[in-house]
Design a protein around this ligand. Structure first.
Ligand SMILES: C[S@@+](CC[C@H](N)C(=O)[O-])C[C@H]1O[C@@H](n2cnc3c(N)ncnc32)[C@H](O)[C@@H]1O
Length: 241
């Protein structure tokens, strides 16, 4: 896990268009409505791209990540940086008003990590998972295969309802989901700095052979052998009961 992200650290911010997508950031802000007094925890903060969205809008932003090479880049964008697994974080119960995790839970022990996020959230506070998902059963198998090829250390693959269930079962209610579609050039997205050309070619092959249903749901476009995929993000927000 940490080896994979150490290899990706230098080029991570350019590895997907969603990384620095300000429209996706706006969806996260609209969902969380941060107040100037809020304490925010960015779980699996990576290089601090989500922390930057909250910094300056809230009283404190704390970043936590397991990979030092990624997290060092976040240092300038957080008030405090902690190297720790998300499954066991060194924070008191109810320490934060907003706990956000983007593209992190796919790598974690579940449901432990989400239960830990809820533990450190104050009652009434928000737990927010921002994650790529399959649209539904019709594209699940092909999309999960593409995601597996792109990231060999990934452990979990989600439909939107899986993330809603995780948040609800960990102790949140009033769970809401917003959707956001990110347009990715597959050749750029697959060039993540940590997989071989063989795997990138295998990803192209899945797109070449994709079913009509997958092509339609993902609005796949092909030009000169390059594919564009409309990937689904969900922003699932629960309020700690
Ligand atoms: C795809 S990056 C997402 C980074 C950032 N949240 C973003 O949206 O740009 C995944 C991050 O999860 C971290 N990670 C993976 N497993 C973790 C765990 N068990 N605890 C904490 N961080 C973890 C990795 O080190 C990596 O920085």
């Amino acid at each position: 896990m940490t080896g994979h992200f150490a290899a990706r650290a230098a080029t991570y911010d350019r590895s997907s268009s969603w990384c620095t997508d300000s429209d996706l950031a706006e969806v996260v802000l609209a969902t969380t409505s941060p107040r100037p007094t809020d304490r925010v925890l960015d779980v699996a903060c990576g290089t601090g791209l989500v922390s930057r969205v909250f910094r300056g809008r809230t009283a404190e932003v704390v970043g936590v990540d397991i990979t030092e090479e990624m997290a060092e880049q976040a240092r300038a964008h957080v008030d405090r940086l902690v190297i720790s697994p998300a499954e066991s974080m060194p924070f008191e119960d109810a320490s934060f008003d907003i706990v956000v995790c983007r593209q992190g839970v796919q790598f974690m022990n579940l449901p432990d990590a989400v239960e830990e996020m809820v533990r450190v959230t104050r009652p009434g506070g928000k737990v927010v998972l921002v994650h790529l998902c399959a649209y539904g059963p019709a594209d699940r198998d092909e999309y999960f295969e593409i995601l597996r090829l792109r990231n060999p250390v990934r452990r979990h693959f989600f439909l939107p309802t899986d993330l809603e269930d995780l948040v609800r079962k960990a102790g949140c209610d009033a769970v809401t989901t917003r959707r956001y579609v990110s347009v990715e050039d597959v050749d750029v997205w697959s060039d993540n700095g940590a997989i071989e050309e063989e795997r990138r070619e295998a990803i192209r092959e899945v797109y070449r052979n994709a079913s009509p249903r997958f092509r339609s749901l993902h609005a796949v476009r092909e030009s000169d052998g390059r594919f564009t995929d409309h990937m689904l993000f969900v922003v699932v927000t629960g309020h700690k009961a």
